[in-house]
Write a protein that binds this ligand. Structure first.
Ligand code: TTP
Ligand code: MG
Length: 363
């Protein structure tokens, strides 16, 4: 049976910044969105900074009160997209089937007969050697188990879950480690007396179906380490999005606008790297009480222009956020993606810019 290799880069945005500032390697470093202006949000923190309790989504001011000596750098999304692409390319060169799952996560199908422990270490070493980035690699019989396993050995770990050992591995882990168990589901599970994945696995499928509807079936399967989602090698994004959860609610329009502008740039970079234009823009809001709403607008002409995306996003946001109640989360996405030019056409005119253009080929 084929196995799945799952790779997640460690403290990704920060790791990319440190490539150009090696002297900061062992220092606490924060990458801020919505910076400068002093009211940004932490998008990632290096592991030395995490020791002080700093987390993604925290207001910069709070992070700096926990760790005043931290070095704060503004996010440069175009660089992260470029490195994300390099990792995908490295995996493509080695494995037949590769799927990019997010900006810093990818999975690949591992051929039968490979020694999984060795393979995981080899891939990790190759990413370190060729790109200078640290990553964590897990190999398991499916995507779900590999993803959960990866999280348990961060940073710079490798782990292999042999076929048949999935349930045993998952059982002691806290139930919120399962993808899809957000704060709401977690609360409900706690109220039912379920703290660990093993305790979830002990419930019958019928009971979970009754309690959670269709999601209950997913929870039951996930708790048993069952996941039949295939690796989609011909992966094409159906949508590209960014969102951030503030750990204190935000109601300042200027701050929110800055976050939307940065997301617009990040999304536009990714669209261009993958040679897509987007027709629809979606804005997502979540209030402090978890009420969530999203609204979308279809553009007159498909675009990958960051300014245009930002303009429509801001307008849409203002139309939706009428109450001006403090927000817990803001997100921006695009869908309705169309190819900006036919597959196989090379970037001979350098239209993608130096960082992404050089030697790039879409597989
Ligand atoms: P993660 O993989 O969740 O985090 P990470 O790579 O920084 O750290 P690690 O995997 O070692 O735990 O997210 C990948 C990148 O996505 C991260 O570097 C920054 C960005 N990000 C945000 O911008 N906001 C967020 O709230 C989160 C969680 C991530
Ligand atoms: Mg990561």
């Amino acid at each position: 049976m084929a196995q799945v290799l799952f790779l997640d880069l460690d403290a990704f945005f920060a790791a990319v910044e440190l490539l150009r500032r090696p002297s900061l390697r062992d220092r606490p470093v924060l990458i801020a969105v919505g910076h400068p202006g002093g009211r940004g949000v932490v998008s990632t923190a290096t592991y030395p900074a995490r020791k002080f309790g700093v987390r993604s989504g925290m207001p910069l001011r709070r992070a700096l009160s926990l760790c005043p000596q931290a070095v704060v750098l503004p996010a440069r999304h175009h660089l992260y997209s470029a490195y994300s692409e390099k990792v995908r390319r490295l995996l493509h060169a080695r494995f037949g089937k590769v799927e990019a799952l997010s900006i810093d996560e990818a999975c690949a199908e591992v051929e039968e007969g490979a020694d999984p422990e060795r393979l995981a270490r080899e891939v990790q070493d190759q990413v370190s050697r060729e790109l200078g980035l640290s990553c964590t690699v897990a190999i398991a019989s499916n995507k779900l188990v590999a993803k959960v396993a990866c999280e348990t050995v961060k940073p710079h770990g490798t782990i292999v879950i042999p076929p048949g050992k999935e349930e045993e591995f998952l059982a002691p882990l806290p139930v919120e480690r399962l993808p899809g168990v957000g704060p709401k589901t977690h609360d409900r599970l706690l109220r039912l007396g379920v703290r660990t994945i093993g305790e979830l696995a002990a419930r019958s499928q019928e009971a979970l179906l009754r309690e959670f509807g269709k999601q209950g079936v997913y929870l039951w399967e996930a708790a048993h380490g069952i996941d039949s989602t295939p690796i989609r090698p011909e992966w094409e994004p159906k949508s590209i999005s960014r969102e951030t959860t503030f750990d204190r609610d935000v109601a300042d329009l200027a701050d929110l606008r800055k976050v939307l502008e940065e997301f617009s740039h990040a999304i536009a970079d990714e669209l261009r790297a993958d040679r897509f234009l987007a027709k629809t823009i979606v804005v997502k809001l979540r209030y402090g009480n978890f009420d969530t709403l999203s609204r979308q607008v279809t553009l007159p002409v498909a675009t990958a222009d960051p300014k245009e995306i930002a303009e429509f996003a801001t307008r849409l946001f203002r139309a939706v956020w009428r109450t001006e109640r403090p927000l817990r989360l803001v997100g921006l996405g695009v869908h309705g993606l169309v190819r900006s030019w036919p597959r196989g056409v090379s970037d001979s005119e350098g239209l993608l810019g130096e960082e992404r253009g050089a030697g790039r080929q879409r597989l």
